[in-house]
Design a protein around this ligand. Structure first.
Ligand SMILES: O=C(O)CCC(=O)C(=O)O
Length: 339
C-alpha cells in the first residue's frame, strides 16, 4: 500500500527562482497554491463541462457545474468513443491559453534562469469515477520516456477544486535522483509501468482551483483513484529551456486531435495560436527505444493471450508511426478482445 505525506508548499517562494530551483533539485517537485486565478480555472472548467454535458458524459439530473458523471458513458483515452468527444475539449481556446499564461511562463523563466518554452503539445484529462467495471487511474511512471528531448518540467493543474478522493496527482519526492528507471508493460502512462521499487517518499494533497504541481521529467508520479461521482478534469503541460532541444513529438497536437489548423478552426481569436513558430527551437527525434522495448514485450504477451498487454497494444494501434506494426497490433487487439 502507498502511504502519502503532505506536499511541501513552495507558494511563499513563488518569486524566488533560487529557492524554487533548490527545492526542485532536492524534492523533484514544487506545490504552488493559487498560481493562477480561481476564476480563470473555473471559466475553463465551465466551458469543458458544457461540452461534456452535450456529449452525454454528465448526469442529466445534476447541475453541470458539479460535473457529476454519467457512468454509463465512462470511457478513456485513446478509445474511439472517448476521442470523439475529447477532440472538442482539447481544442478549447481558453484551455490552450491557460498553459501559456504570462504568470506561468514567468515562473518557469525564474526556475530556468532563461527564457522558458511551453511545449505546443499538452494533455487534458477527464477521469470518470472508478467503479467495479471501470478504472482509468494513471499508474506509476516518469515522463522523460514519453516527452524526450533534453530536460522538461511538467505542470499539473486540476480544472476545479480537486480533493484527494477525486484523484489528485502524487509524486515520489526525491525519486528523480535515480534517473530513468527500467520499465515494463503495464497500465501506466503509455501502457508502461516502472519495473523496480520506487525510490523516495510519496507525497500528495488536496488542490483548489488555481493550484499547481510542478515536477521534473524523471520524478516518479501517479494519480490517486477518482472515488467521487464527478469527472476529474485536469491538464498537464510541459516546459523547458528554450535553448535546449525539444523532441519533435511535442510540436504536434495531441494524438487524434487533427492538425493545428483544425484545432484552431473554431477559435474566436488568434491569441495563443502558433506562439512557437518564430522561436529558435531545436528539435530532435523522440528516443523511441523505450517504446520499442515495450512493444516487443507487449507483442510477446499478447501473442500468449495475456490481456494485461492490451493498453500497450492499443497505444501501438493508435500512435505507432509504422503501418506494419500497427496492423500486427490491430490483429492482436481483435484476438485479445475475442477472448
Ligand atoms: O492526471 C493524471 O492522471 C496523470 C498526469 C500525469 O501523469 C502527468 O502529468 O504526467
Amino acid at each position: 500500500m502507498f502511504q502519502y505525506e503532505p506536499f511541501r508548499d513552495s507558494t511563499g517562494h513563488l518569486d524566488d527562482g533560487e529557492v524554487l530551483r533548490a527545492r526542485l533539485a532536492e524534492d523533484g517537485y514544487l506545490f504552488l497554491h493559487g498560481l493562477l486565478p480561481r476564476e480563470a480555472i473555473l471559466n475553463v472548467r465551465a466551458r469543458l463541462l458544457n461540452k461534456a454535458m452535450e456529449a452525454g458524459w454528465l448526469a442529466r439530473d445534476s447541475a453541470v457545474a458539479d460535473g457529476v458523471a454519467n457512468q454509463a458513458a465512462a470511457c478513456k483515452d485513446p478509445e474511439p468513443c472517448y476521442m470523439s468527444v475529447f477532440r472538442g475539449l482539447w481544442a478549447d481556446e481558453a484551455l490552450h491559453r491557460l498553459r501559456i499564461d504570462p504568470r506561468v511562463i514567468a515562473l518557469f523563466g525564474r526556475i530556468f534562469c532563461e527564457r522558458a518554452l511551453a511545449h505546443p503539445m499538452f494533455v487534458q484529462r477527464n477521469i470518470f469515477p472508478r467503479s467495479d467495471v471501470f478504472d482509468f487511474t494513471t499508474g506509476v511512471h516518469q515522463d522523460r520516456v514519453h516527452i524526450g528531448g533534453a530536460t522538461s518540467h511538467a505542470m499539473w493543474m486540476p480544472l476545479g477544486d480537486c480533493p484527494r478522493e477525486m484523484g489528485t496527482l502524487a509524486v515520489a519526492a526525491g525519486s528523480h535522483i535515480a534517473g530513468i528507471l527500467p520499465t515494463k508493460v503495464g497500465s501506466g502512462a503509455g501502457g508502461m509501468d516502472i519495473a523496480v521499487p520506487i525510490p523516495g517518499t510519496w507525497v500528495t494533497g488536496d488542490f483548489e482551483a488555481g493550484d499547481a504541481l510542478i515536477f521534473r521529467d524523471v520524478t516518479v508520479h501517479r494519480a490517486l483513484p477518482n472515488l467521487t461521482p464527478s469527472l476529474r478534469m485536469s491538464f498537464d503541460a510541459r516546459y523547458q529551456k528554450l535553448s535546449e532541444p525539444m523532441a519533435d513529438v511535442n510540436l504536434v497536437p495531441y494524438a487524434g486531435c487533427g492538425t493545428w489548423d483544425e484545432v484552431y478552426a473554431g477559435w474566436s481569436g488568434r491569441v495563443g495560436q502558433y506562439y512557437w513558430k518564430d522561436l529558435p527551437i531545436t528539435t530532435v527525434p523522440l528516443d523511441r527505444s523505450y517504446y520499442d522495448q515495450r512493444d516487443a514485450m507487449a507483442f510477446e504477451m499478447a501473442e500468449a493471450g495475456d490481456r494485461s498487454a492490451r493498453d500497450a497494444i492499443l497505444r501501438i494501434v493508435q500512435r505507432d508511426p509504422l503501418p506494419e506494426k500497427r496492423e500486427r497490433a490491430e490483429r492482436l487487439l481483435v484476438r485479445l478482445d475475442a477472448g
